[in-house]
Design a protein around this ligand. Structure first.
Ligand SMILES: [Ca+2]
Ligand SMILES: [Ca+2]
Length: 337
């Protein structure tokens, strides 16, 4: 009887040991599985991180990139807020520069310089696009509509100069083509985006400060050079300095602003996406384009033939989208990523 009891106890013990061993084996298996899952999820995270780090440098504010060898250099612009427009106290202010309003701009990329003549020529060569045969150009002391276009605008230019005699429709056509060839979304900047970048966080009238006579280190404007070389320019109101260029300068010849952009003021006027409204009352505050009837589109930044009053960050110009002048050009924005 005692022996029988001992046997039963021993059998129970064996069963318990075996169950425990099985349970531990199952646990080990699960742990192994979990380990695998954890490893897999870690791997997923790493691969996601790797993906992020692959695109992250492209999104870093200030980074310059290009979507193809002949594409324009683009600068990553960080999101931010700024006060758009000029205060009543600004010298030379126009009524359409107010009311000053806070605008939030999402991150995007903007061309480091204006689109060059060489870049536009590549587009025309590929597409046979016609950018017209009439342009308002300087000559004989007057600005008149003459036979001419971006190839022949009344003064010498090489491929590095900003393309000029460009109307709003021409700029749209180029943006469409560049989007098609790169698979990226290129477009004109909105007026708010343009001013946000041109200010470079500066509340002063110009990104280098308030003094127009310091322009010559930062922008190609109406200066002593133009006054000496251009017929009829002796009566111009010019910046009291010498920038070395009577007409256009090669794109990117002057110092960059705080966002790393060049020629935001001066060289050629730049078309924006927006329809013109003569006040900022009810203007969008999210950085989007302010659409309207499209009868006139906004140009910003002034050009090589403009006086100190015009070469200010807040100045707004507007023309019919079909008009071409030898001091109108553009730069492009691009959606990120
Ligand atoms: Ca000049
Ligand atoms: Ca410009």
């Amino acid at each position: 009887m005692r022996n029988q009891f001992s046997l039963i106890i021993a059998a129970f013990c064996l069963m318990w040991v075996s169950t425990q061993a099985q349970a531990q084996a199952v646990k080990r298996g699960e742990a192994a599985k979990q380990g695998k899952t954890a490893q897999a999820s870690k791997a997923a995270k790493v691969s996601k991180a790797a993906k992020v780090s692959k695109t992250a440098p492209a999104l870093k504010a200030g980074k310059v990139f290009r979507d193809c060898p002949a594409c324009p250099d683009m600068v990553v612009i960080p999101s931010g807020s700024f006060d758009m427009g000029s205060p009543d106290s600004e010298d030379g202010r126009d009524d359409d520069e107010g009311p000053v309003h806070r605008v939030n701009v999402a991150a995007f990329a903007l061309g480091k310089t204006e689109i060059t003549r060489g870049q536009f020529a590549a587009f025309v060569k590929k597409t046979k696009y016609s950018a017209g045969e009439q342009c308002w150009t300087h000559g004989g002391g007057k600005v008149e509509e003459r036979v001419g276009n971006w190839r022949e605008l009344g003064h010498a230019q090489d491929d590095k100069h900003p393309v000029a005699c460009i109307n709003w429709n021409d700029a749209q056509a180029y943006a469409k083509w560049l989007s098609r060839t790169t698979g990226k979304k290129y477009r004109l900047p909105t007026e708010a985006e343009w001013e946000y970048v041109a200010r470079g966080n500066a509340a002063t009238a110009r990104y280098w400060g308030d003094n127009p006579d310091e322009a010559c280190g930062y922008a190609n404007v109406a200066d002593a050079t133009g006054q000496a070389q251009i017929r009829g320019a002796s009566s111009w109101s010019v910046h009291k300095c010498t920038d070395g260029f009577a007409y256009t300068a090669p794109a990117g010849s002057f110092k960059a602003n705080a966002f790393g952009l060049k020629d935001m003021l001066g060289n050629v006027w730049e078309w924006t996406e927006d329809s013109y409204h003569d006040s900022y009352k009810d203007a969008p505050v999210d950085g989007s384009a302010w659409q309207g009837d499209g009868a006139k589109r906004v140009l910003r930044g002034g050009s090589w033939n403009n006086s100190p009053r015009i070469v200010r960050t807040a100045v707004r110009n507007s023309y019919k989208p079909e008009l071409r002048y030898s001091f109108f050009g553009f730069r492009l924005a691009r959606k990120l990523p």
